[in-house]
Design a binder for this molecule. Structure first.
Ligand code: ATR
Length: 518
């Protein structure tokens, strides 16, 4: 089973020990990053394994490999030798592992390490992404049978993750560490087991001044939210695909449900530069089901072998399940949206309601179809006016451009006739996107019901303006939870028990926000 390695990057031994002691319960192995220590402190590294009391990796990462050591190679070899010197017959008092690079060539030091049971981690850091055949690379790195090989690639695309995963699957070496560094490789750290990794590196992010490596996860999040130690080859994997995917509530929601129900499953963020590559990755990882979010709800259609009637009808998909024939698509935004809005306004349908929908993307397709199904009349406004026209034509709705983006002003003039309810479906105002107000030319009268489907932040500039004008407002949190409950049914095959749902609702937005800000 893959182990959790806590990477220690403090400036002093004492501080590193404090951090280790605080997070010891989550830690199987710890890595002393000597390159992060103050120069004076480096003199005392030899005692660290004894003080730590758990297996320690000795690492002096060079700046060219993404570390902080800028001294010459001679000074580094000397420091490594100091760390491995005076080996104790009781191996617990020695470093359990030493990380040395594939181009490191000091046989006497390696020999000394082996003699006293210190295992060599033979590492290769590719900070410029994949520039060569990494499968061949990983298979050629090991110099002796007991070495652990480590390949860490700074990935900038989902395709690079796919290549690392392929290399991992083709690699016959028993003990290896495969890491995709950076935002797009985050799931390689959570699913280290499926990447065939001996360990996953993590940090105590709230305590550390400097990161061990880009994309390293917080050790508490890894252990408590993703229940890393419970992930085995039997664990069912679900997740969410999107970009940039920095602020989705779904990982919190699903993992909390799995944990409360004691289900052997995990829900993982899959930030993606290509939905097709990510589905290839998901197949290799044996993922069972995925939520699909911005901007892939339409792009994913091309990979579906089967579409539910609703997906077929609206042309957008936010839920996929894997079957033996391929991916099957469904949409839970529709029911999530309409049940949230109807409950909020206390009505059973939208008859006689004149509604403005801002946006014409994936989620707007779901919103428009529900407004139509429930008897509402709508105006659709979008930055790219022809998309608004196309969507509106399905339902005989009116349409227009968003004026501030160079569209015509026809849209704004029409809002006053469609302002019982205004629904904002674009990504404008969402964390990670442009923080502005997509409707800043419109003045709220205060009588409109205003729904913004964004929930991070809880109040967007658009919603804030509506609140200030006295409108009744609701953000997208309630909708996202409702649609997630429907996804749960499609993933797991049964509903979330009511008792559990009440428990989750009482934890609600506050608990999730607490996790986000931690
Ligand atoms: P989703 O699945 O959440 O609907 P999407 O399909 O990518 O995501 O759609 C994003 C929506 O936000 C679109 O309506 C998009 O407008 P365009 O069709 O003109 O691209 C809208 N949007 C994104 N950025 C915007 C911006 N800066 N100003 C106005 N609208 C924007």
């Amino acid at each position: 089973m893959s182990k959790i390695c806590l990477c220690l990057t403090a400036k002093t031994i004492k501080r590193n020990l404090e951090i280790l002691n605080k997070y010891r319960k989550y830690t199987d192995i710890t890595e002393l990053r000597v390159d992060c220590l103050d120069p004076d402190e480096r003199l005392y590294i030899r005692r660290f394994p004894e003080l730590a009391g758990i297996p320690v990796i000795l690492t002096i990462r060079r700046d060219i490999d993404g570390g902080y050591f800028t001294g010459g190679e001679g000074a580094r070899v000397k420091l490594l030798a100091n760390g491995l010197a005076y080996a104790n017959v009781d191996s617990r008092f020695n470093f359990a592992y030493v990380d040395i690079e594939e181009d490191f060539d000091v046989p006497s030091l390696e020999e000394a390490a082996r003699t006293f049971g210190t295992r060599i981690i033979r590492s290769c850091h590719k900070l410029d992404g994949i520039t060569e055949d990494i499968s061949a690379k990983i298979n050629s790195m090991q110099r002796a049978g007991d070495e652990i090989v480590k390949l860490a690639v700074a990935v900038k695309t989902s395709n690079e993750v796919l290549q690392v995963l392929r290399a991992a699957k083709n690699c016959t070496i028993q003990d290896k560490i495969m890491v995709c560094m950076g935002h797009y490789g985050i799931y390689s750290r959570i699913l280290a087991e499926r990447f065939g990794s001996f360990l996953t590196y993590s940090s105590a992010l709230s305590e550390s001044e400097i990161a061990g490596a880009p994309g390293q996860m917080d050790v508490c999040e890894l252990s408590e939210l993703y229940r890393f130690r419970k992930i085995t080859d039997k664990t069912k994997i679900y997740g969410i695909v999107g970009n940039p995917l920095k602020s989705s509530v779904s990982p919190w929601f699903f993992n909390t449900v799995f944990s409360l129900e004691n289900t052997n499953a995990v829900y993982v963020p899959f930030p993606a530069t290509s939905v097709s590559d990510i589905l290839d990755i998901a197949e290799k990882l044996e993922v069972q089901g995925l939520s699909i979010t911005v901007p892939y709800k339409e792009a994913v259609l091309q990979r579906l072998v089967k579409r539910s009637p609703i997906v077929q009808f609206i042309g957008a998909c936010n839920t996929v399940n894997y079957s033996k024939d391929g991916w099957i698509g469904d949409n839970t935004d529709c029911i999530g949206f309409s049940s949230s809005l109807l409950d909020f306004i206390g009505k059973k349908n939208l008859k006689y309601q004149k509604i403005t929908i801002i946006g014409a993307g994936g989620v707007a397709h779901a919103v428009a179809s529900e407004v139509h199904r429930l008897g509402g009349k709508a105006l659709i406004l979008n930055r790219t006016a022809h998309k608004a026209r196309k969507l509106a034509s399905n339902y005989n709705f009116r349409w227009g451009g968003l004026p501030q983006n160079g569209g015509d002003s026809q849209g704004i003039d029409l809002i006053s006739k469609y302002n019982d309810i205004i629904i904002q479906t674009t990504s404008v105002g969402m964390e990670g996107y442009e923080i502005s107000d997509p409707l800043d030319l419109y003045t709220f009268s205060g009588k409109e019901v205003v729904m913004d489907l964004i929930y991070t932040p809880a109040v967007t500039p658009f919603l804030r303006r509506a609140m200030a004008a006295g409108c009744r407002t609701i953000n997208g949190y309630d909708m996202v939870i409702r649609q997630a409950c429907q996804q749960y049914v499609r993933f797991i095959g049964g509903e979330i028990p009511q008792k559990l749902l009440s428990q989750l609702n009482s934890m609600g937005e506050t608990a999730w926000n607490k996790i986000r800000s931690a």
